[in-house]
Ligand binder design. Structure first.
Ligand code: NAG
Length: 300
């Protein structure tokens, strides 16, 4: 049953992609250029984070111009088509929650979002919503610590219920309460290994897996003395290095596509955050658009 549903989903997904991809990448016109197709897709993956910001209120973003890659800003309608019947599972801290909010803002009417927002942001709790007309299910699991994420991955493996899209990210709580980059690296390695083991060897069931990078922290704006003391620029850098060294991202051989929240928050700038940690919705909207575009490129 589970398998049938997943492969059906996948088929739907792929048939949409066939049509959309033709529009998406500049297809080479002469046959001897066809080998450059995958080359241009990896080029485009590497350019997904090249974004410019307009420091207006609210802030706005756009992709830098590229001859080769035609990224698309997703409309709600198109996002709903691409994600039809998909199960999206996000787990992590408040950054992951904000990504879920940005995704729901794309998929739902503004009035609908404002009615669910209080539930989504109930402190330290999980959230689940099904959009029946679209067949999209979105789960947020409150997982501030890396051990919460490894527990979740264990559950997924045990129940063999694989999400179509898995979005994970944590580190801020570790930085504040444990404050030990090397230990953080150790648990990242564990997460990486468990995530790799979820990908079926046949490759037929293939989840899209994303890792959320840490945001830029504006120390002077952090709202407690403890945060100011522990969440310094040096500490942030040390935590970021662990994400690189441990090879979480596909670029460094790992299972995850990195959604580089650090880069996006630096781009948006200090005026995009009130508390030095949680940023304007535009940042997470950009992350969601990067995510959807990378899924399009990936699935060819
Ligand atoms: C997350 O992990 C911590 C530390 O292992 C644990 O104390 C806490 O209960 C877990 N939280 C959730 C929501 O599972």
């Amino acid at each position: 049953m589970g398998r049938w549903r997943l492969s059906r989903r996948k088929l739907l997904f792929l048939s949409l992609l066939c049509t959309s991809l033709l529009l998406f990448l500049h297809l080479p016109t002469s046959p001897h250029h066809f080998s450059s197709f995958s080359q241009s897709s990896s080029l485009c993956l590497s350019r997904l984070h090249r974004i410019s910001w307009t420091h207006s209120s609210p802030p706005a973003w756009s992709w830098d111009k590229s001859e080769t890659c035609h990224f698309r800003r997703f409309s709600g309608k198109y996002a709903s088509e691409i994600l039809r019947d998909a199960w999206i599972l996000a787990a992590g801290d408040s950054q992951a929650r904000l990504v879920v909010l940005a995704l729901l803002r794309l998929l739902m009417e503004p009035s609908e979002v404002s009615t669910i927002e209080p539930d989504l942001f109930r402190r330290h709790s999980d959230y689940q919503i099904t959009l029946p007309d679209k067949g999209i299910k979105v789960d947020f699991i409150w997982a501030p610590y890396e051990s919460n994420i490894t527990q979740l991955l264990r559950d997924i493996r045990l129940t063999r219920r694989y999400p179509d899209v898995l979005i994970l990210g944590s580190g801020l709580w570790h930085m504040l309460h444990i404050t030990n980059p090397a230990l953080y690296g150790t648990v990242l390695a564990e997460i990486k290994q468990m995530a790799e083991s979820l990908v079926e060897p046949s490759g037929s069931l293939h989840s899209h897996m994303f890792w959320l990078g840490l945001p830029k922290l504006i120390n002077s704006k952090l709202n407690t003395e403890e945060k100011k003391e522990k969440m310094t620029g040096n500490m942030l850098e040390a935590y970021n290095k662990e994400v690189n060294w441990r090879g979480m991202s596909k670029e460094s051989g790992g299972p995850f596509t990195l959604l580089d929240i650090g880069l996006l928050t630096r781009g948006c700038g200090p005026l995009c955050t009130l508390d030095g940690m949680h940023y304007d919705g535009a940042v997470y909207d950009a992350a969601v658009n990067i995510m959807l575009n990378s899924m399009l490129i990936d699935s060819q």
